[in-house]
Design a protein around this ligand. Structure first.
Ligand code: FCB
Length: 471
């Protein structure tokens, strides 16, 4: 039998000062769902609703990071990352969303932050990675403005305690998913299909962001931003109908967020997208645009894959079509490339097109951090005990090369966080989609760094050596 030795992969070159990191989110890794005073979140409820999450999985235990965080910080230290992006669970800090603080919740994050700093890893904290306290959902959730106000209070409280040590704050993670998957399609918590109801949720998420930015600044937070997942949307054919469908899909995926945040306006094509949208939707108040558009220090972009869009009848319930609201567009994945186990097409060049397009269309865009990028693969533990995740290495290699080229071409990207440090609870897909550079055995909770971990570690070390910098 002949064996082929894989070609050695090259390391891309990044500018001095470029930051490397790894990312996770609270509900996906922490577990300890009912410990030390944590209140229930909408994801606890959603996971307990039959038929919502694959195999009835929950985040009750997840990676047990709540107890194993010292080991996980060791993995980050050995990986050599500059920064760790984690999220803070609102229901640990304020179990009912408002009202009494839970000191044990804040203490947990304080210990984590201090231990990260001791390990030479700078903390980057997301304040909302989808785990809304259930008590607030019971009072209307993101459909109502009150939730935005409560979010800002919680953000301010956390920043008063940790603002001197957390380097970078992200208010929200992918509000597109919270609004349109949560309240439009029902594929994420709280799992309702309210069509246009999702538009009010989207607006209140943005208001919550704006109010939280104020609260963070007042508490002396350093760098403040938001993480979005704008999509590179490509027409299925070059027919005028498909091209028009792309514009409508872009409204939902991208413009709803980017236009008010970075262009001082509500989405340019909204009336073409929602033909019967009221001229002045009641949830928009005077002053909201100024609030939402307050200057940010950076924008986080999550990128995984491009999306193909075709024209489709409006108002037609099509469970296979991924588009959230009645915009007359259906989405799919291109088929002519490799797919990850999420079914997502691997197209590194789309990252360049996305970033170049964003900087062209939004001259007011602050510096970019890639706050998530990675792939889920069918990893296996080999006889030697290692995980030879060659496909993930290839994915990271190709995307990081593309990113380095994009920066060289003039797009201002300051850092990159791999998704994810650990295999974890992948929302409605449960535990069978593995994104980690570290494998988690869900029976023993043992952690095993994969080949991709070692590859990424070398890249970071080479980068430091090339620029003569120590961590
Ligand atoms: C993003 C989420 C993150 C993870 C990855 C795969 O949409 O922000 O939590 O699930 O996708």
């Amino acid at each position: 039998m002949t064996t082929t030795t894989p070609r050695p992969r090259t390391f891309p070159r990044f500018p001095a000062g470029f930051r490397f990191g790894a990312a996770t989110a609270a509900y996906q890794i922490e577990g300890a769902h009912a410990e030390d005073g944590r209140g229930p979140s909408i994801w606890d409820t959603y996971c307990r609703t039959p038929g919502k999450v694959a195999e009835g999985a929950t985040g009750d235990v997840a990676c047990d990071h709540y107890h194993r965080w010292p080991e996980d910080i060791g993995l980050l230290r050995d990986l050599g990352v500059d920064s760790y992006r984690f999220s803070i669970a609102w229901p640990r800090v304020r179990p009912l969303g408002d009202g009494p603080l839970n000191p044990a919740g804040l203490d947990f994050y304080e210990r984590l932050v201090d231990a990260l700093l001791e390990a030479g890893v700078s903390p980057s904290a997301t304040l909302y990675h989808w785990d809304l306290p259930q008590a607030l959902e019971d009072r209307g959730g993101w459909r109502v403005r009150e939730t935005a106000e409560r979010f800002a209070e919680y953000a301010g409280t956390v920043a008063e305690r940790l603002g001197d040590r957390v380097e970078r704050w992200m208010t929200l993670n992918e509000p597109y998913c919270s609004a349109f998957l949560g309240y439009g399609l029902g594929r994420h918590a709280p799992g309702v299909r309210e069509g246009r109801g999702a538009l009010a949720a989207a607006h209140h998420l943005l208001v919550g962001h704006g109010l939280a930015v104020r609260a963070l600044r007042a508490a002396g937070a350093r760098e403040i931003g938001i993480t979005l997942n704008p999509d590179l949307l490509l027409p299925a054919t070059d027919s005028p109908a498909d091209i028009a469908a792309v514009r409508r899909a872009r409204t939902v995926h991208n413009d709803v967020w980017l236009d008010p945040l970075f262009a001082g306006r509500y989405p340019l094509h909204e009336r073409e997208t929602w033909e019967t949208l009221a001229e002045d939707p009641p949830y928009r108040l005077d002053g909201d645009l100024e609030l939402i558009g307050a200057p940010l220090d950076f924008v986080g972009i999550n990128y995984y894959r491009p999306v193909t869009v075709r024209d489709a009848p409006r108002n037609e319930p099509d469970p296979a079509a991924r588009t959230a609201v009645d915009i007359g567009a259906a989405e799919s994945w291109r088929t002519d490339v490799r797919h990850t186990t999420m079914g997502w097409p691997v197209v590194p060049g789309a990252l360049t097109d996305l970033l170049t397009g964003l900087s062209r269309d939004y001259p007011g865009l602050p510096p970019i951090f890639i706050t998530e990028n990675g792939s889920s693969e069918a990893d296996e533990v080999s006889a030697d005990g290692a995980v030879h995740d060659e496909e993930r290495v290839a994915y990271l290699h190709d995307h990081l090369h593309t990113l380095a080229d994009t920066i060289a071409a003039g797009v201002d990207v300051r850092g990159y966080f791999v998704w994810s440090l650990l295999d974890n609870f992948e929302w409605a897909f449960g535990y069978d989609r593995r994104f980690g550079v570290v494998r988690v055995d869900y029976d023993t909770l043992e952690r095993t760094p994969k080949d991709s971990y070692h590859w990424y570690r070398k890249l970071i070390a080479e980068h430091r050596a090339a620029h003569g910098s120590a961590r």
